[in-house]
Design a binder for this molecule. Structure first.
Ligand SMILES: [Zn+2]
Ligand SMILES: [Zn+2]
Length: 190
């Protein structure tokens, strides 16, 4: 006899692992941040105060998928993240296979309002800090977002605008491509 629940666990084990595993709030630990999509059907909790790292990505793929000049991604361990309703209400998209099947890496969005939620990689989550719930004045909100402050720009060669913030800028992937200045000119490397 086919047990439908067992079948789900076997065929979709990822639903029972972080960040989709549904937690008892006590078991997850103290919540440092909460976040939600535009319609509010998707929300998650974060138990880490600061991102492991954060970057601005200027690649063409991020521009198209976000309808934005660049993407701001903050890196967290999957165990730091817990979706309140598990995988329900989420849509997945593999940009390399142009498929909606769940396969890593995948773009995760709200199935209802289509807000981009995160990129789930094989080992980490790349969260979009725009979704984080913040309180206070606009200035206080900006200060709180310091917990997700980017350390560099990547794929800066594909940028649609110059960003004069003095952060390191890589032509492609960080540390393995060329360093550029704010205007995109190649810097002399040792
Ligand atoms: Zn939504
Ligand atoms: Zn990108």
């Amino acid at each position: 006899m086919d047990n439908p629940l067992e079948h789900t666990v076997e065929s979709e084990p990822w639903k029972y692992r972080p960040p989709y595993q549904i937690h008892d709030p006590k078991e997850f630990g103290p919540v440092k941040w909460r976040a939600h999509c535009q319609c509010g059907k998707v929300s998650y909790m974060l138990k880490r105060e600061r991102a492991l790292d954060a970057k601005y990505c200027h690649c063409r793929g991020c521009q198209v998928l976000h309808g934005a000049p660049f993407q701001w991604a903050a890196i967290f361990h999957k165990e730091d993240v817990s979706f309140t309703k598990g995988a329900s209400g989420l849509a997945f998209y593999s940009s390399s296979h142009k498929s909606q099947e769940y396969e890593l890496p995948t773009k995760v969005s709200c199935a209802f309002c289509h807000s981009p939620i995160m990129d789930e990689g094989r080992n980490v989550c790349l969260l979009f800090p725009e979704l984080i719930d913040l309180t206070g004045s606009d200035e206080e909100k900006r200060r709180k977002l310091g917990a997700f402050k980017p350390t560099c720009h990547i794929f800066y060669e594909q940028r649609v605008l110059d960003i004069e913030d003095g952060l390191p800028k890589w032509s492609g992937i960080d540390k393995t491509s060329s360093l550029l200045d704010d205007r995109g000119c190649r810097l002399q490397q040792e």
